[in-house]
Design a protein around this ligand. Sequence first.
Ligand code: FES
Length: 375
Amino acid sequence: MSTTPHDGPTGTSPESSRENDLPAAMERPRADAPAVHPGDTMADPLADPGLPAHQPRPTDVDPRLERRAERQVATLFGLSSVFAVLFVISYFVFNIGPKPTIIAGYGAANIALGVCLGMAFLLIGVGAIQWARKLMSDVEMVEMRHPAASSDEDREAAISSVMAGIDDSGIARRPLIRNSLLGALGTAALAPLIVLRDLGPVPGDKLAHTVWKKGMRLTNDVAGTPIKPEDMEIGQLVNGEPAIFYAKKADGEPVIEGTELNQAKAKAAIIIVRMRPEDITPAKDREDWGVAGILCFSKICTHVGCPISLWEQQTHHLLCPCHQSTFDLGDNGKVIFGPAGRSLPQLPITVDSEGYLVAQSDFTEPVGPSYWERG
Ligand code: FES
């Protein structure tokens, strides 16, 4: 692309623009320009160098080189397909999660997925550049300045040059390139589709349940020690967890660990509070959900899921620090202030044969924020 030698500087006034539009022979001298006298000869400092003579490329004149370039481009697109397929294979072959496949100290999945996808797109780009440089039309074009809004004729001309460009690319004449490019784009599009699998599977009824079940002991969430009613004073709040988080299998390995443990913790965290029994007004079906003034609630706020344990002993209110939802634990965890949409779920508890606090069942409703499937 080239510009005309008389383009005005940016920011010139309309008047000076008009002056720039004058033919060179009619231009007025600037006030500070040196005086020109008849007979002076001045070389034009901005002489238009013009365009150099057109040099055809080797592929324009040698059909053998042209075919070779065509094969090179197709090879690049073909290699792109290979890397896209390797991406998909790596996705299934290399483990991630708690026991990832490690090669040379690095996570194999990350490296293989990144390299393969990067190469797949890079090779498409390099192939397209080679195609344009070696095989598409090689003509110099001059774009003259014109008003910002194009005229209808110009738009039509633009559309026809796009169509001519498509013609020039030879996509119809070169089925090898066209098909290999389509193959490369198709297989590269597969890669992001495959990783969508990580969003699933759909949760099913997982959101409605926690690991709590009948007879599971309530434990202190710091040491995992089980709790007896006599361990708690009136007004006290204990952050708790289910005993299964501390349980071991016969071989000494934890029963739940890794991601599964973290997911279970996020749902099963509880607070245990002790009040005077006369300060509690249990709902009709909850008369036997506590033990001697000890009640157990989910620790997860029903607004957007912050963990809560700001406890006001005198009022029996539990305050969420995130958006100040306030729940009355003496009144079945009812919301008395703030944006939470429903009561704090309560875990029915009792004591086992050894006198430790245990759950009577899982929570009877989903814990945490509301979600769309919640009936
Ligand atoms: Fe508790 Fe918003 S998360 S009030």
